[in-house]
Ligand binder design. Structure first.
Ligand code: F6P
Length: 317
């Protein structure tokens, strides 16, 4: 057996720890292991090379992905995937580990339908994959956001300002929900919870009338332009308001210990599953137990929305 590993889609802290675990567990089991650079593009362009255990030395603590990554729209085409599969077969490789988000899962599903043995590992800061409690990178991005919000709290409170803070997550509100809870935000606005602008304005106005010196509002990306929103908040509530879009800083940095451990467990498990003959599946963690499910099931299952945590953080604000 020969196993190849790639990272695809947006990078996430902890991907290197997952790559390391795949490489080291494969070698531990006397399996030849290959690195694919630049995601699915690297499969198509033949950026594939055999690696030894030193390839993943000194990477467990590094953010980003040493394999680099890409989003390849053309991978939807069967003819493009055929080039990828042929490149792998020419090297005698029939097993692949894909580390990425749901877009990468779709490509992996097609490859498995077309004969490759594929296991996926959830690597994305968004935590937007079903049937796993956590994705690799979420905890680190969360910590980055909370560090930034703590700093924004200092300046908002010094100036008696309202701070609107936009965080990533694509269409998933978990980064906003957890960051808002961890930083004691006055309001958490996400797609899942729904956005009622008038209610938000009234809540903030009431906060101000009740004598709150400042307010922190965490809002998921892709909901509203927060620069425009901050003008409206200022006009309606009288709160001087400043918008902050945290942006790509959320994707970088040294992975937290939690992400490194999660990535190590998932990477090792992916190889164990391939050895057992499991394919077309993805790894998850549910209640601190590693699980695996069919890729197509994960793609169609609605994600768990933690309504209880929304209610709790509303009570505590
Ligand atoms: O999926 C990770 C993520 O950072 C999302 O949170 C964000 O919406 C998106 O990627 C940004 O994508 P890109 O790197 O293509 O700009």
């Amino acid at each position: 057996m020969k196993i190849a590993v790639l990272t695809s889609g947006g990078d996430a802290p902890g991907m290197n720890a997952a790559i390391r675990a795949v490489v080291r567990n494969a070698i531990y089991n006397d399996i030849e292991v290959y690195a694919v650079f630049e995601g699915y593009r690297g499969l198509v362009e033949n950026l594939i090379m055999p690696v030894d255990r030193t390839f993943v030395s000194e990477v467990i603590n590094r953010g980003g992905t040493i394999l680099r990554t890409a989003r390849l729209v053309e991978f939807k085409e069967k003819s493009v995937r055929k080039v990828a599969i042929d490149n792998l077969h020419r090297l005698g490789i029939n097993h692949l580990v894909v580390i990425g988000g749901d877009g990468s899962y779709v490509g992996a599903l097609r490859l498995s339908e077309e004969g490759l043995n594929v296991i996926c590992i959830p690597g994305t800061i968004d935590n937007d994959i079903a049937l796993t409690d956590f994705t690799i990178g979420f905890d680190t991005a969360l910590q980055t956001i909370v560090d930034a919000v703590d700093k924004l709290r200092d300046t908002s409170s010094s100036h008696h300002r309202c701070s609107l803070i936009e965080v990533m997550g694509r269409y998933c509100g978990d980064l906003a929900l957890y960051a808002g809870t961890a930083s004691g935000a006055e309001l958490i606005i996400t797609g899942e919870r729904g956005f009622d602008k008038q209610k938000m304005l009234e809540d903030l106005k009431r906060n101000r009338l009740e004598g709150k010196r400042h307010a922190l509002v965490i809002i998921s990306e892709r909901i509203i332009d927060i620069k425009e929103l901050s003008k409206e908040v200022e006009e309606y509530t009288g709160f001087e308001t400043r918008p902050t879009v945290l942006g790509y800083v959320q994707r970088g940095g040294r992975p937290t210990a939690f992400d490194r451990v999660l990535a190590s467990k998932m990477g090792a498990y992916a190889v164990d599953l391939l050895i057992e003959g499991v394919s077309g599946e993805c790894v998850g963690i549910v209640g601190n137990t590693l699980v695996h499910d069919k890729i197509e099931k994960v793609l169609v299952t609605p994600r768990f929305v933690n309504l209880k945590l929304y209610h709790d953080s509303e009570k505590l604000r």
